[in-house]
Design a protein around this ligand. Sequence first.
Ligand code: AVI
Length: 319
Amino acid sequence: MNEAQALAIKPTGNEFLDDVLEGLRAAPKSLPPKYFYDSVGSQYFDEICNLTDYYPYHTELELLPQVGHEIAQRFHARGLQNLEIVEFGAGSLRKVGILLRALRTVRHFTAIDISQEHLIEACRTLESQYRELTIHPCVHDFTKPLKLSPSDRTRVGFFPGSTIGNLDRDQARTFLRNAGKTLGSASYMIIGVDTQKPEPILHRAYNDGKGVTARFNKNMLVRINRELGGDFTLENFAHHAFYNSELGRIEMHLRSLKEQAVNIDGERFHFGRGESIHTENSYKYRPVDFTQLAKEAGWSTERLWLAPEDLFSISLLKY
Ligand code: AVI
């Protein structure tokens, strides 16, 4: 991989500013969670994944070898050899190695991620571990449609970590529909989806004792200050995460601790005491509901694996 390849597809100009202004003008205020992931935010997320409290990461990691093994057997029985894995929202690429070791005939890997520096670094690390693999890094917002170059390979999408939970139901359906078009007919998708479970487990996962999730959340404001010249005072906002049982989702907010005003790009935003900026939803799915959602987007579920205590699910979908 070279720098030119890594830079091949770049996100466009002032989208960050436009999205921030639009989100803060709205009532209630919100900011899109995709902006968590600059290089600092991506590092915080890696730290979250190392926390025991954040069960989705290690639970999926422990389930993946069995899933990879069983999928390899299925593909082998169908004579599928010429495979390409396409990872959406690739992040640190820590999970795809498990699939690469299970699906030994994969020679091409396309990694799609919005955070350019993080992606390049992760691809370099992977490249040094899998010499026979051709890696195609692609800096792109995976929630938007993407056309890959035509290929005779069977494409296998990989979307781990329950990142789909950060999209609302309509967005999730649209993502799955777009992914189907990106990957092409007779493609597959291996997707990790978090499940509904008792509230205390969920609460702990998003309110870790070390305060890493709080720093991850507040990094959004740090980023607005640095990149858009905002003047947020970080101490005046607090991390607030809770389970909304009616909507089946964790909500993350940044709550204003006092009445205050913040300036961004010549515009002034007023915050009441206790008013919050909604920064993220993390939907938790019952397997039956996720299977139905995938079906509505054109995917059939070949198999769904559940981790012990039903803590997490991984599905193999076929387009
Ligand atoms: C990336 N995504 C699936 C994480 C989640 O659990 O929704 C992001 C995250 N937010 C707080 N902790 C982790």
